[in-house]
Design a protein around this ligand. Structure first.
Ligand code: SF4
Length: 130
């Protein structure tokens, strides 16, 4: 398998093969972090997930969120499914934990923007207005 390391701007081209004895042949990495990244990509790829959830009673109708830690890539559809059905009540602060253990992954969902309570005379702001 060939991959480009995304951990720093150098973008090393890494080649990795899993041998029969479950050892790895790895070349092209520029540092130890890249070597670890390549093994994880081959054995258990993980990603941070970013998305948004609906907000009830907020000055914005959605709030951007992300997983606090990377999740197994195969579980991303389950995470997104839970987010689609989730509604949080305003106010929301950056860093608030909105969902613990999302989709049973052991990872929390946190807010990445501020949403205040809506003034009753206010109309919703669109995200593009921010
Ligand atoms: S292997 Fe190391 S030096 Fe190369 S891109 Fe990855 S982090 Fe950067």
């Amino acid at each position: 398998m060939e991959l480009v390391c995304i951990l720093c701007p150098k973008g090393c081209n890494i080649e990795i093969e899993e041998n029969i004895d479950q050892d790895f042949s790895i070349s092209g990495f520029g540092c130890k972090r890249g070597k670890k990244y390549a093994i994880e990509e081959l054995t258990c790829p993980q990603r941070l997930v970013t998305s948004s959830v609906f907000v009830q009673g907020g000055n914005y109708c959605t709030v951007s969120v992300k997983t606090k830690n990377p999740v197994d890539r195969s579980r991303i559809p389950d995470v997104l499914k839970e987010l689609v059905n989730f509604i949080v009540k305003a106010p929301v602060s950056i860093g608030d934990v909105l969902i613990t253990n999302v989709a049973g992954t052991g990872v929390d969902i946190i807010a990445t923007r501020e949403v205040s309570e809506k003034n009753p005379n206010q109309t919703y702001k669109s995200d593009s207005a921010s």
